[in-house]
Design a protein around this ligand. Structure first.
Ligand SMILES: NC(=O)c1ccc[n+]([C@@H]2O[C@H](COP(=O)([O-])OP(=O)(O)OC[C@H]3O[C@@H](n4cnc5c(N)ncnc54)[C@H](O)[C@@H]3O)[C@@H](O)[C@H]2O)c1
Length: 466
């Protein structure tokens, strides 16, 4: 139901903290700031509040201090087509409509148009979308995506990838001739890139993100935009475009620092990094939006390993394997900490499993993805490496800064969905080792690391977890 415009009003002298309540209670995440004569003097979005918090502005300050004083507005009587044009061109979601005294009488939100105009005319041309079996994979050219899309194609699905191609398109290039595959270069958070991709799509698998702790810290605001706000917008559009299913790929790092008990989907959450925090916020927003028309399912992955068409050598098992082959020496940090691991192909099979489930098994549900035996203490990984590569030197380094440790239970996905991963850590290590021995690959090349600013010296000795 449309929010009444009066519910979006706050006065310029109201405190920021009071306005947060108004923002949280309306799905539009916006407040119109008015003066005592009810004249519009600014707009505040949840992004403005977030920026104020990041800048340490006290929440007891008046809201006028952080408002956008020059928002885009439209005059009453403006044709709807013109409004839509402004929203799309300026990439904004909401525009207030003013009377001749600059009082807000109405507003338009982008979704008002989606429902009315695009949906009926162009998106639902095909009657039974299940028949088309078309899946949109955001971030499909990445490490997980480039394995997943091949598994989907082999299983008879049609695949459309929307990806910014941050790491290039090499990983999907050979698929471009396949009539069931489509690659669209674009940013899923940009409405004009996203909307054409939703056409005739039956399910969405959302992988696009700024991935990993170090990469997420480079530009925290962008990380929030892509890993959290974008996800909320995506889910809203899913509803308007009558997409049946949204599978969101999250991370077991939302469990963060915990004791060594096996953690289930109901265990307390304690995310430490910005990456994990944004993923958790997105999870919560999605669970709220899950409904009869849109099945939302959240999959929490452990740290992924194994070979892929867009390779990552910034993930712990992959990096340690490369260092074992190339340097004959590995450093093991935080050796007593627990982490779950999963092979990249098993991630693809898990997603396929969820895609094929009836709604009642997955809708509004969170699943840890993996198997209990694939929880390891970091020092055990060192031992496994030493068993496979007997000629390497393993150096133990204590890392006091990183206090994350989590052992995860995978009973729910094993029992409820019948999903059990096939590959062991050894399988993944041997497969990468074989390729590195055969091919001339510079694993230190920045294209294999999500944190591009890393210098080679540092990169050599640090392994990451997701
Ligand atoms: N790899 C892991 O160990 C791991 C573990 C847990 C969860 N995950 C999750 O799995 C997903 C994929 O991770 P990955 O390892 O394949 O990472 P990746 O960095 O290899 O892939 C991410 C892809 O998303 C694309 N992308 C980023 N922002 C985009 C945007 N705004 N619009 C369109 N495309 C965009 C990038 O170009 C890239 O191709 C992420 O959501 C990540 O949080 C990964």
């Amino acid at each position: 139901m449309r929010t009444k415009v009066e519910k979006l009003f706050a006065y310029q002298e109201d405190r920021i903290i009071d306005t947060i309540d108004i923002i949280n209670q309306n799905l539009l995440k916006t407040v119109f700031i008015i003066n005592e004569n009810k004249i519009l003097i600014g707009i505040v979005s949840d992004g403005d509040i977030r920026r104020a918090i990041l800048k340490n502005i006290p929440l007891t300050e008046p809201i006028k201090k952080i408002m956008n004083k020059n928002p885009l507005v439209a005059k009453i009587g403006i044709p709807e087509d013109e409004v839509l044009n402004i929203l799309l061109k300026k990439n904004i979601q909401i525009i207030p409509i003013l009377d001749n005294k600059r009082r807000v009488v109405e507003y338009y939100h982008i979704t008002d148009f989606i429902k009315e105009k695009y949906l009926k005319k162009s998106v639902r041309e095909v009657v039974d979308l299940k028949e088309t079996k078309k899946i949109l994979v955001t971030g499909g050219a990445g490490y997980i995506g480039s394995q997943l899309i091949r598994i989907l194609l082999e299983s008879g699905y049609s695949v459309r990838v929307l990806d910014k191609l941050t790491f290039g398109k090499e990983s999907v290039e050979e698929l471009l001739q396949n009539p069931n595959f489509e690659l669209i270069e674009g940013d899923y958070t940009k409405i004009e890139d996203l909307i054409p991709c939703l056409r005739n799509v039956y399910s969405i698998i959302h992988l696009a993100a700024i991935v990993g702790d170090p990469a997420s810290k480079v530009d925290p605001e962008l990380t929030e935009e892509i890993n959290f706000y974008g996800v909320k917008i995506l889910a809203e559009f899913c509803k308007y475009y009558e997409i049946d299913r949204l599978i969101f790929i999250s991370t077991c790092s939302v469990y963060g620092a915990s004791n060594n008990e096996l953690l289930t989907e109901h265990s307390p959450l304690n995310p430490i990094s910005l990456y994990a925090k944004t993923k958790l916020k997105a999870e919560k927003a999605l669970i709220e939006l899950s409904c009869e028309e849109l099945d939302v399912c959240i999959l929490r992955l452990g740290t992924v390993f194994g070979w892929s068409y867009r390779m990552r050598f910034d993930l712990v098992v992959n990096l340690l394997t490369a260092l074992s082959i190339k340097n004959k020496k590995i450093s093991i940090f935080s050796s007593k900490q627990w982490r779950p691991f999963i092979h990249v192909k098993d991630v693809g099979y898990a997603i396929l499993n969820v895609l094929n489930q009836p709604p009642e098994n997955i809708s509004g549900q969170i699943f840890n993805i993996g198997k209990d035996e694939n929880n390891f203490q970091i020092e055990e990984i060192g031992k496994i490496m030493k068993n496979i590569f007997s000629d390497i030197k393993v150096i133990q380094v204590e890392d006091k800064e990183d206090n994350r440790s989590y052992r995860v239970s995978f009973k729910k996905v094993n029992k409820k969905l019948g999903f059990v991963p096939k590959y062991s850590l050894e399988d993944g290590i041997r497969e990468i080792a074989d390729i590195l021995k055969k091919e001339n690959i510079n694993f230190k090349d920045m294209k294999y690391s999500n944190y591009k600013q890393f210098q080679h010296g540092i990169f050599e000795s640090i392994a990451f977890f997701e």
